[in-house]
Ligand binder design. Structure first.
Ligand code: DON
Length: 315
């Protein structure tokens, strides 16, 4: 009889890590989809990059592939900025300005609800309105507030990719049109360029798949970053943000997504997907080839495979 005890293993550890590596190997040959190029600088991304990270609510991170390669957060930022606005400005103000209905349309649709509010904070119109509300209150400090909140969700200081910011600023006429339309209804007030610069900068913050997993785990852990132990959002903000992610986080693919994968998620045209399964884990995927909805092709397949393998569907 040996005089030492076996080293305990986390029950999920070996199967989870093995599954992540298997899924990474299985989907690496998948070359469907196109890198986003409507923001010219994004077209320079290496289409072969592929990273998968899982962060659990007890603070463990499991990774395979390109999980430390930086890319711009793009629309994934919308979820965290919405949570920030709910906490900082109060739910009455935010909910009066932005709806919580799925639009069933593309992320860049210019259509508003019948009451002239954006459908929700996950589409561009709602996110521009949300950044505008923060800019109205925080002025020139608005972007730093957003950057530091994104950083606290990730557990490290995040920076902006200035080339992507400039590129989107130069070519973002559709968002400019949306912002001016919103201003006619009071959904954006004041200087449209300042609001858009805040929004374009927030989309240009650099993250990794690992960061997205930790951000997801901060949502899953009810607003406490499980790696740093810091409270980064209130329970109210987390629950409402995840609710909007369920109905609208994947745009006009949201119904299919929640039916098949069953985990609240948010995608970005940089190729990132963040998913958060309450009380369990956050997922961060990076693969820049996108489908027609603007969602990462390998990211979708990876999340679906992980959901099947570990029965992650919430319902
Ligand atoms: O406003 C835009 O078009 C981009 N900065 C973000 C769009 C985006 O990420 C849509 N996501 N899949």
């Amino acid at each position: 009889m040996p005089n030492f005890l076996p080293i305990p293993t986390t029950p999920l550890e070996t199967p989870l890590l093995r599954a992540i590596r298997d899924i990474h190997a299985r989907f690496t040959p998948l070359h469907d989809g196109e890198v986003a190029s409507y923001i010219p600088e994004l077209g320079k991304a290496d289409p072969d990059h592929f990273g998968i990270a899982v962060a659990t609510t007890d603070g463990h991170v499991y990774e395979a592939g390109d999980t430390t390669v930086p890319f711009t957060i793009q629309s994934v930022s919308k979820a965290i900025v919405y949570a920030l606005a709910l906490d900082m400005l109060g739910s009455d103000k935010v909910e009066a300005a932005i709806g919580v209905e799925p639009s069933g349309e593309a992320f860049n649709s210019i259509r508003l609800k019948a009451d002239n509010r954006p459908f929700n904070a996950m589409v561009n119109a709602g996110a521009i309105c949300c950044s505008g509300l923060l800019a109205e209150t925080a002025g020139d400090e608005a972007f730093e507030l957003i950057r530091s909140t994104l950083s606290r969700f990730a557990g490290r200081e995040l920076e902006v990719d200035d080339a992507v910011f400039q590129s989107e600023r130069q070519t973002g006429d559709r968002n400019r049109a949306i912002a001016y339309l919103l201003r006619t209804y009071g959904g954006v007030r004041g200087d449209v360029d300042h609001v858009l610069d805040t929004y374009f900068r927030q989309c240009s913050v650099l993250v990794t798949a690992r960061d997205l997993a930790v951000m997801g785990a901060s949502f899953a852990n009810h607003g406490v970053n499980p790696v740093t132990g810091e409270t980064v959002a209130s329970n109210y903000a987390v629950a409402r943000t995840l609710a909007v992610m369920i109905s609208s986080g994947m745009y006009d693919f949201a119904g299919e997504w929640i039916y098949r994968v069953g985990v609240p998620a948010k995608s970005g045209v940089g190729g990132g997907i963040l998913a958060a399964l309450p009380s369990q884990l956050g997922l961060g995927i990076f693969s820049p080839r996108l489908d027609a909805h603007g969602n990462s092709v390998r990211g979708l397949r990876t999340c679906a495979a992980l959901s099947d393998a570990f029965d992650l569907h919430m319902l």
